[in-house]
Design a protein around this ligand. Sequence first.
Ligand SMILES: [Zn+2]
Ligand SMILES: [Zn+2]
Length: 267
Amino acid sequence: MDSDLIHNDSFDPEDAYAAEQVEWLLQWNNHLCMESDVAATALKMQLISVNSLKEKLKLKLDQLGEMLDDEFQTLKAKLEETQNKIHLLIDRDLELRRTVEQLTHDLQFVTLQKDQLTIERDGMVLKLEEQESSYKGMVAKQDQQIRSMQVIISESQHEICQKEALRRQLLVDLEGQEQVHLQQMEAQRQSLVENNEDSITCSICWVTWDADGDHRVVSLACGHLFGHSCIRNYLMRSESCPICRQAANVQHIRFIFGRHVLPNQTQ
Ligand SMILES: [Zn+2]
Ligand SMILES: [Zn+2]
């Protein structure tokens, strides 16, 4: 409160009470002014201390800011590193996913193939079973055929034995017949040798005929043989064969071209 206001002209000095009051108010004012100064000083001191604290805090804040910056840089680097790692991991993950997809695809293909092969195998097994049963049937049939063949073979062997015996008997018979035939042939040969002289002799002149020349061998229609000149002369006088008396003339004369003409034994 300003003291000039208290000593204003409008103030009544006669009012002692009022003066006292004023005095008291002035004292109180002084007291308050003193307290106010003390408080102002204290406030100034506090302000100084607050400023000092503010400086300290600013320093600390700067330090903290630097520390935070450092930590932020470190964390940023770590974050970048982590991000790189994450990218790598994502790449790896993609690669693994692709591999898994490829493997899944392959597995599906293989499974499909396996199913197809299983179906084929089952079909083949069925076919093989059918073939086996038909083969067994064939084997049974063949066994039956073999048994019947063995029966036929044993019968055939029996027949062969019988035929062999018959053949031996026939051989014995043939040998006997051959012996007889040989004896007959020998007799014939003997007879031929004996008759040989007559068989090559002209029955007109009793001289052996020739292979060519005037007395060459000829035959008549009856087949009887003579020397050419002899039968020609004979047929000038007679009209029949001098041996069998069949009718004959010179027209019937035929040349014989065999060098060794022998008559049949039965004639
Ligand atoms: Zn003659
Ligand atoms: Zn005759």
